[in-house]
Design a protein around this ligand. Structure first.
Ligand SMILES: Nc1ncnc2c1ncn2[C@@H]1O[C@H](COP(=O)(O)OP(=O)(O)OP(=O)(O)O)[C@@H](O)[C@H]1O
Length: 293
C-alpha cells in the first residue's frame, strides 16, 4: 500500500548551525511512527518540511503519494494538508476565544469538516463550550486540538510533542485515541515525543534524528523485544564486543553496559552475563552517546 508520507533525501540549511541532512523516512498506512531525538535535533524542522511549510534545498516530500514541497502549487498543498491533522505542544487557538467559538474558526478551513464528529469529541473529552482557551489545562488544550484534528477525516495525524506536560492518565487516553485512529489499517500517526515510554507502548516504528540526520529507523520490536543491555565487567565487555556485531558501550567506573542487538542470543552464548531487554530510552542513549566497539 502507498506510504502516507515520504521524505526522500531532504536537505535544508536552516541556519549557520543547523541543517537537515539527507533525511529519508516513510510513514506506512496503519502505523504509529515515533519520532525521537534530543532537543534541537531537528524533529520540528522535519515536520515542517514534511508539511511543505519550509522550502527544501534538495530532496522531495510526498504526502499521500503526491509531491508536496513548498514549491508545489498552493491549491495542491492546501488539498494535501487538509488530509493531515496537526496537534502541537501548545494550543494554537486564540487564547481569548471560548471552546464553542473554535469550530467556526477551524471548520471552514476543511472541505471535509464533520460537525457531528467534532461535537461528539467535544462531548466525549468533557470540553465545556463556555471555557476560554486560556483557561484550559494543558490536557484539555491538547484534547481541543485533537478534536479538531480528528474531525475532518484526516488520514495522517502529526503530533509534535503533544504528550509533553500531560499527566499519565491524559497520556494514556491520548495513546488509546491514537491506537483507535490507526486500527483500520488505512490511517497513520507521526508522533514526535521525548516521552519514549509512550512509544514503548504504542509505536510500530521508531525513527531517531540527531543534528539533522536520521540515526536509526527501526520496527519498535527490534528495540523493545530484541535489543538488550548486557551488564559486564571490563573483560566480559571486551569479549562480548569482539564476538557480537553492532554493539555500543557505556563505560562506568567498575563496569560496562553494552547495547546488543539481540538479548536472547547473548543470554544463550554468555549465560554468565546478565542481560535485560532495552527500552527505547536505553536504545536512544546508547545510539546517541554510546561508544562503538
Ligand atoms: N527559523 C529558524 N532559524 C534559525 N534556527 C532555527 C529555526 N528553526 C529552528 N532552528 C534551529 O534548528 C535546530 C532544530 O530545531 P527543531 O525545533 O527542529 O528541533 P527539535 O528536535 O524539534 O527540538 P525540541 O525537541 O527541542 O523541540 C535548533 O538548533 C533550532 O534552534
Amino acid at each position: 500500500m502507498q506510504n502516507l508520507l515520504e521524505l526522500k533525501g531532504v536537505s535544508r540549511r536552516v541556519s549557520d548551525r543547523f541543517s537537515l541532512r539527507d533525511v529519508t523516512l516513510a510513514v506506512e498506512p496503519g502505523q504509529i511512527v515515533g519520532f525521537v531525538g534530543a532537543n534541537g535535533a531537528g524533529k520540528t524542522t522535519t515536520i515542517r518540511a514534511a508539511l511543505g511549510l519550509i522550502k527544501l534545498d534538495a530532496g522531495e516530500v510526498r504526502l499521500f503519494g503526491q509531491r508536496c514541497g513548498a514549491d508545489a502549487p498552493d491549491e495542491t498543498q492546501r488539498c494535501l494538508r487538509s488530509r493531515v491533522g496537526l496537534v502541537l505542544d501548545t494550543c494554537p487557538f486564540p487564547s481569548t476565544l471560548k471552546v464553542g467559538q473554535i469550530e467556526p474558526l477551524v471548520g471552514p478551513a476543511y472541505p471535509t469538516w464533520d460537525r457531528k464528529t467534532f461535537a461528539g469529541f467535544i462531548d466525549r473529552f468533557g470540553l465545556d463550550s463556555k471555557t476560554k482557551v486560556k483557561d484550559l489545562s494543558r490536557g484539555m488544550g491538547m484534547k481541543l486540538q485533537l478534536a479538531c484534528a480528528l474531525s475532518h477525516n484526516a488520514k495522517l495525524l502529526v503530533l509534535d510533542e503533544a504528550t509533553a506536560g500531560l499527566d499519565p492518565m491524559a497520556r494514556e487516553e491520548l495513546l488509546d485515541e491514537l491506537l483507535a485512529f490507526v486500527a483500520d489499517g488505512q490511517r497513520s500517526v507521526l508522533l514526535s515525543s521525548h516521552i519514549t515510554s509512550d512509544l514503548d507502548r504504542a509505536a510500530d516504528r521508531v525513527i531517531c534524528i540527531d543534528n539533522g540526520s536520521i540515526v536509526f529507523d527501526l520496527p519498535r520490536e527490534d528495540i523493545t523485544d530484541r535489543a538488550g543491555i548486557a551488564h559486564c565487567t571490563q573483560a566480559q565487555a571486551a569479549e562480548l564486543m569482539a564476538c557480537v556485531e553492532g554493539t555500543r558501550a557505556a563505560r562506568h567506573a567498575y563496569s560496562v553496559d553494552v547495547l546488543v542487538p539481540n538479548h536472547r542470543e547473548v543470554l544463550e552464548a554468555f549465560p554468565e552475563i546478565p542481560c535485560d531487554r532495552a527500552t527505547i530510552d536505553d536504545y536512544l542513549r546508547f545510539m546517541l552517546k554510546g561508544a562503538l566497539k
